[in-house]
Design a protein. Structure first.
Length: 129
């Protein structure tokens, strides 16, 4: 009787575990949902939003169009409050529109999603690995 009860409990646990695996979202689906929730930004791009939390107007720069270690100034009067770096390279965001290191600056590794930058971004540089 005792062994039958153990087998019944074991079978119920195995069935519950199998059901949980079937109902759980895949890692790919969870990652896709996370990317969608953060904001659209494709591989090879640097995406900048005018407002925090990936809201406001989005501008993108393709890695193919950015000179390595060149200071890229945002258009006159333009700034960013959140960014996503999907370039495959580190990117430094500058408070200064001329990439001057006298103002604030932060380097973001590739794969970074920054919902709120610590300062208004006015320029950036993409670095070699």
């Amino acid at each position: 009787m005792f062994m039958r009860r153990i087998r019944t409990v074991a079978a119920a646990l195995t069935a519950s575990a199998a059901l949980a695996l079937l109902c759980a979202p895949t890692a790919g689906a969870a990652a896709a949902a996370g990317r969608e929730r953060l904001g659209p930004c494709d591989a090879g791009q640097l995406c900048l939003w005018t407002k925090a939390a990936f809201h406001g107007t989005r501008s993108t720069s393709e890695l193919a169009d950015i000179g390595i270690e060149d200071c890229v100034t945002l258009p006159a009067g333009g700034s960013a409050a959140s960014l996503a770096n999907r370039t495959g390279r580190p990117v430094t965001a500058y408070q200064s529109a001329t990439c001057a290191e006298t103002g604030e600056f932060t380097t973001y590794p590739s794969g970074t999603w920054a919902p709120e930058t610590p300062f208004t971004v006015r320029a950036y540089k993409v670095w070699e690995h």
